[in-house]
Design a protein around this ligand. Structure first.
Ligand code: ZN
Ligand code: ZN
Length: 220
């Protein structure tokens, strides 16, 4: 096993954390799809909780896993970390009742992603982006509910953006004129290439909702 992380790595790790109300120290840097944080430990990229363990508790014995008492993969709080064999890790998971969600969840469970954690992580990311956006708005001297459009490099109020519920702020990334401009060639091309399929979809939708559509048409 390589040497323990140096002071730079320690500073990097601790600079990318946020204390949670439940005592967890959440890693706020890059989180891999398996739920674990990743960062450079001075020699190589490693899992953030393992780096934290090595900094605060010493070398990880060969072949052992670093597990969380809090069941929260992005947590790097040293007192929440313990080493275990893979067998220990699995029985620990079983004890926490994560194995009873059916085969589709096996991957997520192996990676420690419970629905609660997923939501917590989503809320956390949204909050962080919100904070960053507010700080940028303050620096630019515009109201906090304005949004910067990277295409035209202008700050604009929320109504100047199309909605996109999937995004953290509920808005598309570019302002309306820029958004239309960007989508136009793509949209045209897509329609030309997929006309048959799109038409079939439209028809299918029509037949599935015919009564409602006809009623609406009659009413108008
Ligand atoms: Zn924790
Ligand atoms: Zn724009």
């Amino acid at each position: 096993m390589s040497s323990l992380p140096n002071a730079t790595a320690q500073a990097r790790l601790m600079g990318k954390t946020q204390r949670q109300a439940n005592g967890c120290l959440l890693f706020t840097g890059y989180i891999a799809p398996n739920g674990y944080g990743r960062l450079w430990d001075g020699e190589r990229a490693g899992q953030a909780h393992r780096v934290s363990y090595r900094i605060h508790k010493g070398p990880i014995p060969e072949g052992l896993f670093v597990c969380h008492t809090c069941d929260n993969p992005p947590c790097v709080e040293p007192s929440h970390l313990f080493t275990a064999t893979q067998a220990g890790n699995l029985s620990d998971m079983r004890a926490k009742g994560r194995e009873s969600r059916g085969p589709d969840h096996s991957e997520a469970i192996r990676n420690g992603w419970t629905p609660e954690l997923r939501k917590q992580r989503g809320d956390f990311t949204r909050q962080r982006m919100e904070d960053e956006r507010n700080a940028a708005a303050d620096a630019a001297g515009v109201p906090r509910d304005w949004k910067y459009c990277p295409a035209c490099s202008e700050w604009k109020p929320r109504p100047d953006y199309y909605r996109n519920a999937a995004r953290y702020d509920g808005l598309k990334p570019y302002c309306k004129p820029c958004s239309s401009e960007k989508d136009r060639p793509q949209r045209k091309e897509y329609h030309a290439e997929n006309r048959e399929k799109l038409n079939a979809q439209s028809l299918e939708y029509y037949y599935a909702n015919r009564d409602r559509i006809l009623a609406k048409r009659r009413a108008s």
